[in-house]
Design a protein around this ligand. Structure first.
Ligand code: TYM
Length: 333
């Protein structure tokens, strides 16, 4: 029997999770549990590449762990851990920094976008994708399930792995991005030309995983659509709002596109919004309930994260030792 494929993905503890994170990434992580060997990492080292309030970061790290478990990540089947608990990530990142040309990092679109919003750009922000490469490569990862916005970072990870393997001999598995067709890029509800984002707190922009039913109805009712009438899936950018709502409905109900188009035939946008809101409410309701239960017991969450860190270290530490050996370090015994 061939060994199970290794899956690694990460998520930042910076702000409340939204529907885009859930539909674009977390749903896939949950679906793959059992048949694959999953590592899911709460990436606090990445979060501090832009300024964070220490107390908020600590709180959000536990909240994110609770949300991931509430959303279906099973710590018995998935290694769920916090990045800073496994030192190998920072150690490997440093070594990869020293094989990564600066030009590769300056090209990254996420860097350019985030840098524009900062008064003073931190060196860590430019280095962000190298740390992400270290995350992935330490675990001999085959598959990286992510939303569309991470594709360029995974391609960079592949380039770094290939360069290291060329310079120092076969060391890293070259990973593949896994990006869903539907849900890879959930758009903002108040502006379907922009991606739904954790860092936009405008009411109406996003649906947070913990939002109450009334808030979800409020946000969906005000979602931007278009002056047309057709309720069909389409790539037409002028119909991005309706298409976004339909994709959300598709993922929330699990129905086929043809069944969805038949369901909405002859109906108006009011009916579409009503059905989307109710479908989202039903998907998020059990997650929200489990979340409030879990967040009440921080000691249990910390216990789960301690076990996750031990399991992650068992893979990452020997790997970083191999990397150190390859570049010529005298290993500490
Ligand atoms: P982060 O925390 O921004 O997002 C977590 C996951 O959610 C996906 N996502 C979306 N998917 C669809 N529609 C959206 N609007 C949307 N917004 C976010 C993201 O693509 C991501 O999969 N750099 C990563 C964290 C990271 C990582 C890694 C990922 C660090 N190391 C190693 C994979 C492997 C990030 O900031 O994700």
């Amino acid at each position: 029997m061939s060994p199970k494929p290794r899956v690694f993905s990460g998520i930042q503890p910076s702000g409340m999770l939204h529907l885009g994170n859930y539909l674009g990434a977390i749903q896939q992580w949950v679906a793959g549990q059992g048949e694959k060997t999953n590592f899911i990492c709460i990436v606090d080292l990445h979060a501090i590449t832009v300024p964070q309030d220490p107390a908020a970061l600590r709180r959000q790290t536990r909240e994110l762990a609770a949300l991931l478990i509430a959303a279906g990540i099973d710590p018995q089947q998935t290694t769920l851990f916090v990045q800073s608990h496994v030192r190998a990530h920072a150690e490997c990142c440093w070594i990869l920094n020293c094989v990564t040309p600066l030009g590769w990092l300056e090209r990254m679109t996420q860097y350019k976008m985030k840098a524009q919003k900062q008064e003073s750009v931190l060196a860590g922000l430019l280095d962000y994708p190298v740390l992400q490469a270290a995350d992935i490569l330490l675990y001999d990862t085959h598959e990286v399930p992510v939303g569309e916005d991470q594709k360029q970072h995974i391609e960079l990870t592949r380039d770094i792995a290939q360069r290291f393997n060329y310079l120092y001999g076969e060391t890293f598995v070259v990973p593949e991005p896994v990006i869903r067709e539907t849900g890879a890029r959930i758009m903002a509800l108040n502006d379907p030309t922009a991606k739904m984002s954790k860092s936009d707190f405008t009411r109406g922009h996003a649906i947070r995983i913990t939002d109450e039913p009334d808030e979800i109805r409020w946000v969906v009712k005000r979602a931007v659509t278009d002056p047309g009438r057709d309720i069909t899936f389409s790539d037409d950018p002028t119909r991005a709002g309706v298409n976004n709502l339909l994709q959300i409905y598709e993922l929330a109900t699990g129905l086929s596109r043809s069944a969805i188009e038949a369901h909405f035939m002859g109906k108006g946008y009011g009916a579409l919004k009503n059905d989307v809101a109710e479908a989202v409410i039903e998907v998020l309701r059990p997650i929200r309930e489990r979340y409030y239960h879990l967040i009440d017991d921080p000691a249990e969450l910390d216990r789960i994260l301690v076990i996750g860190a031990e399991q992650a270290r068992a893979v990452a530490e020997p790997k970083v030792r191999l990397v150190m050996e390859r570049v010529g370090f005298v290993l500490a015994t």
